[in-house]
Design a binder for this molecule. Structure first.
Ligand code: C2E
Ligand code: MG
Ligand code: MG
Ligand code: MG
Length: 291
């Protein structure tokens, strides 16, 4: 399975699991430990969502992406790059993903009641292929929204190109159903997977997220600039919003703006924050976050 192989390469490439006993040699044993750890993490409520703002060119917060963190009792905060791949392979991502959706919607409900600024459009949640392909995914999500009385327009789902590869028609049907509830869809890391222009034509998409690999060094590379320009022009013609990911410098932001991109996410504006800190920032009289 192509996705699985990709995740495995990614997971290994980042020198993972150093937070476990360094004497553990075997990958199989590491995996078992990690799977056990993930099981306990769900049971003991060790997962958290942090929130990273998405801003427009007036520095207003127009949305946020919910990002998963694991607060391990011994090893501190563990980032998704160190466990999502294994969770996908073991299937635990389904249960973890359900937890993520529930947490995100509960959070949204609290903030909705406390008040969201008018500029705030949506909360984006990352959805794993395996999670999205569950037969009850649509019903489950709709039920969560109903239960909390949250309008679907406040929710955006981030999916990846690779997910569509083997599951195009199923994915497309689910998207259409959720679309009817007002939920919007973003393609995450756009341009890094098995891109097909057919996706843009045939799917009810709203947003393309330009991957950080196209953003870093944009100013210095005319090839990158050409690619980003084509993505933005295509998105414009198809009425899709473009969000640039991983914007770290003013230089990158201005290069993106010159190419017609007006929505950004990245350390330049803010790192992902714990909920209270994010909400305080959201409520701040000026959202100007360039520091
Ligand atoms: P992603 O969805 O592409 O999320 C963006 C990642 O880039 C996040 O890493 C974010 O913290 C990081 N980032 C944002 N701005 C910058 C920047 O300016 N510079 C740099 N260097 N990095 C930046 P994070 O939180 O470690 O998440 C990594 C990946 O794990 C995510 O990539 C997503 O694919 C996956 N992930 C995170 N949360 C979830 C989740 O709840 N469910 C699932 N299935 N996957 C998740
Ligand atoms: Mg994402
Ligand atoms: Mg991304
Ligand atoms: Mg990315």
């Amino acid at each position: 399975h192509a996705d699985t192989a990709l995740y495995r390469v990614k997971a290994q490439g980042r020198n993972n699991f150093q937070f476990f006993d360094p004497e553990m040699q075997s990958t199989a044993q590491e995996r078992m430990e990690l799977e056990k750890g993930l099981h306990l993490a769900l049971e003991n409520n060790e997962f958290e969502l942090w929130y990273q703002p998405q801003v427009n060119d007036a520095d207003q917060i127009i949305g946020a992406e919910a990002l998963l963190r694991w607060r391990h009792p011994q090893n501190g905060v563990i980032y998704p790059g160190d466990f999502i791949g294994i969770a996908e392979e073991s299937g635990q991502i389904v249960e973890i993903g359900n937890w993520v959706l529930k947490r995100a919607i509960n959070q949204l409900s609290d903030w909705h009641q406390q008040g969201l600024p008018e500029s705030f459009n949506r909360l984006a949640v990352n959805i794993s292929p395996l999670q999205f392909m569950q037969v009850d995914f649509v019903d489950r999500l709709v039920e969560m929204l109903n239960e909390k009385n949250i309008p679907g327009r406040l929710v955006e789902l981030e999916i990846t190109e690779n997910m569509l590869l083997n599951n195009f028609s199923i994915a497309s049907n689910k998207m259409k159903l959720l679309k009817q509830r007002g939920i919007s869809f973003a393609i995450d890391d756009f341009g890094t997977g098995y891109s097909s222009l057919r996706y843009l034509r045939d799917l009810p998409l709203d947003i393309l997220k330009i991957d950080r690999s196209f953003v870093s060094g944009l100013r210095a590379s005319s090839e990158l600039a050409a690619i980003v320009e084509v993505i933005i022009a295509t998105a414009d013609r198809l009425d899709l919003t473009v969000i640039a990911e991983g914007v770290e410098t003013l230089n990158e932001r201005s290069a993106l703006m010159e190419l017609g991109c007006h929505c950004f996410q990245g350390y330049l504006f803010s790192k992902p924050m714990i909920p209270d800190v994010f909400y305080a920032k959201l409520q701040a009289p000026s959202h100007s976050s360039l520091v």
